[in-house]
Design a protein around this ligand. Structure first.
Ligand code: HEM
Ligand SMILES: *[C@@H]1O[C@H](CO)[C@@H](O)[C@H](O)[C@H]1NC(C)=O
Ligand SMILES: *[C@@H]1O[C@H](CO)[C@@H](O)[C@H](O)[C@H]1NC(C)=O
Ligand SMILES: *[C@@H]1O[C@H](CO)[C@@H](O)[C@H](O)[C@H]1NC(C)=O
Length: 517
């Protein structure tokens, strides 16, 4: 009896294996055996986000960051095919080819976003990043005008206010300030700028937190908790959020932040006299007034996505890597300082109008995002059977078949480290962005085309204001610690610049000293 069962089991397994094998062959044929790798498990599952690389089994969460351009160099093409067997054989093209990226991002209808992968991000109401087609158009139309020039001016002013509040009221007369991890500085900066520029709520470094009578958390705390614990909210299903003290705390923060936003909406709607406000939230309210189908929850959805994007995931990390790079490359820092002084010869405060002249600050910021793109991969898929003519570094051409439902990932790391576009890609060389013919299509930290990041100018404005004001007053150095006294420059670089991939690339530990100039 048990023998029969065993034989049955083995036969079923054999059948299953044969079936998978046939499907796998079909998947490989469908892309004409384009060079790449076969891996057992799909990367876009939860496992792919959590586990490290297991050769042959899973590409893993740090593969993109660690591999950089290597897989493309091995394949001889700047597009490689990753074929995964389970749950069912499927091809995903990983792309580090600038011309192809241009086509994938421009043809929005042919290559839409796999919105089902983003569903977890739509916490409150609908969400601009997690929608497609008509729904997306409706969001984008209301959101785009909010990112106005008036708003950028506000971002500039508020960033400077926050930086000088730090210099004058926290650092004061100290000649040198040491920090264990620069993220402890850049995170609050990004949070305070966001609070002022997106919600019109000014926060100072030394603020006492006030909790209104009908609330349990202050706005500052709610925003802080939400931005650092957003992954928990994504991973834990909502029915399970009440099970532990930690998840209850996270749930409270999300509920409180939503209530704050709903209050802001009603107080702004009901105000007798309209105040002159240029924060994103007020702008969104004005724009949505023209479209009566917009609900208040739609608005909180758009705003919340923005807030998470800015604080934890992106600007704070980028600024932290920028400080680290400038500390490691003092000669680049000196060039930056001299350039800032040449734009502001009398040592006055930079104004928003100076921003376009502060090209070196911008180049440093761009070069940081080239080397440490916060978003490692941008997913798309093919909505139809199609093809694309691609060219490799050797000048060979090939027509790549792209069957319907093929996954596509634009690999920001791969294209940013592609020597075809960037000479010595591992070198920190901001000057490359000041050359007239720098390769624009090979620089995609904010994606490109109609679905590119709507907050690019927001981030750039904040970044330039932070960098310029800081470098004008302080010199950044790596903190000397006895346990690292005998390390080489290469070791020091590797240590300070270690990034942990995940939802976005996070600096692990950046110990710095800020010395008054
Ligand atoms: C260093 C900073 C930032 C980086 C690297 C970044 C990167 C990106 C990328 C790569 C996308 C495309 C995502 C995809 O297609 O899957 C995106 C979309 C988006 N970003 Fe950003 N972002 C940054 C800052 C911001 C800020 C400050 C805001 C808002 C205040 C923002 C709001 C958005 C929105 C609303 C979208 C969706 C646009 C659409 O689908 O139409 N981002 N961002
Ligand atoms: C890759 O990730 C794993 C854990 O997820 C980690 O142990 C390993 O050190 C990482 N590799 C590198 C070089 O960062
Ligand atoms: C920004 O600051 C400048 C100078 O302090 C001021 O003239 C301008 O009105 C401010 N702009 C905004 C949008 O707050
Ligand atoms: C920096 O990159 C942006 C694109 O993200 C580009 O528009 C800008 O011209 C670049 N500027 C400099 C100075 O590098």
């Amino acid at each position: 009896m048990s023998m029969k069962l065993l034989i049955l089991g083995v036969s079923l397994l054999a059948l299953y294996t044969i079936q998978k094998y046939i499907e796998l062959r079909r998947a490989l044929q469908s892309v004409q055996y384009h060079p790449g790798k076969v891996v057992l498990l799909a990367q876009n599952s939860l496992l792919g986000l959590i586990l490290p690389r297991i050769p042959g089994v899973l590409r893993g969460r740090n593969a993109t960051w660690l591999d950089k351009h290597q897989p493309y160099a091995e394949a001889g093409w700047d597009i490689v095919a990753y074929v995964t067997i389970l749950p069912s054989p499927k091809v995903t093209f990983s792309v580090a080819d600038a011309a192809a990226i241009k086509e994938f991002t421009t043809a929005r209808v042919r290559f839409p976003k796999p919105v089902w992968q983003y569903k977890a991000l739509s916490f409150f109401g609908g969400n601009i990043v997690a929608s497609e087609a008509e729904e997306w158009k409706r969001y984008r139309k209301v959101a785009a005008p909010a990112f106005s020039d008036r708003n950028n001016k506000l971002i500039w002013n508020e960033t400077l206010r926050i930086m000088f509040d730090l210099f004058d009221n926290v650092w004061g007369s100290q000649e040198s300030i040491a920090v264990e991890h620069a993220l402890s500085l850049t995170f609050p900066i990004a949070l305070y700028v966001l609070s002022a520029a997106a919600f019109g709520q000014k926060i100072s470094w030394k603020d006492e937190d006030t909790v209104p009578a009908n609330r349990q958390l202050s706005f500052k705390d709610a925003l802080h908790e939400v931005s650092i614990n957003c992954v928990t909210k994504i991973i834990v299903p909502s029915w399970a959020m009440g099970f532990s003290a930690y998840t209850r705390k996270v749930r409270l923060a999300f509920d409180e932040l939503e209530s704050y936003m709903l209050d802001m909406i009603s107080s702004r709607r009901n105000a007798e006299k309209k105040a002159e406000r240029h924060d994103l939230f007020s702008n969104l309210l004005d724009a949505s007034a023209e479209d009566p189908t917009f609900t208040d929850r739609d608005l909180t959805g758009i705003s919340l996505y923005s807030s998470l994007q800015v604080t934890k995931y992106t600007t704070a990390h980028t600024l932290c890597f920028t400080f680290a790079l400038l500390a490691l490359y003092p000669e680049q820092q000196e060039l930056l300082f001299q350039h800032i002084k040449s734009v502001l010869p009398d040592g006055r405060m930079p104004t928003y109008e100076d921003m376009s002249l502060l090209t070196y600050s911008m180049a440093v910021f761009n070069e940081t995002m080239r080397m440490f793109p916060p978003v490692n991969g941008i997913p798309k898929y093919s909505a139809e059977d199609t093809s694309m003519t691609i060219t490799n570094a050797a000048g060979e051409k090939r027509v790549l078949p792209i069957p319907r439902q093929t996954g596509v990932v634009l690999n920001t790391v791969g294209v940013h480290y592609n020597p075809r576009y960037w000479k010595d890609p591992a070198e920190f060389r901001p000057g490359r962005f000041l050359e007239p013919d720098w390769p624009r299509d090979a620089f995609i930290p904010f994606s490109a085309g109609p679905r590119a990041c709507i907050g690019r100018k927001f981030t750039e404005t904040e970044g330039i204001a932070v960098l310029t004001s800081l470098i004008l007053r302080y010199k950044i150095e790596v903190l000397e610690e006895p346990q690292f006294a005998s390390e080489t420059f290469a070791e020091r670089k590797a240590r300070v610049l270690t990034g942990k991939p995940g939802l976005t690339l996070t600096p692990v530990r950046v110990p710095l000293v800020f010395k008054r100039r």
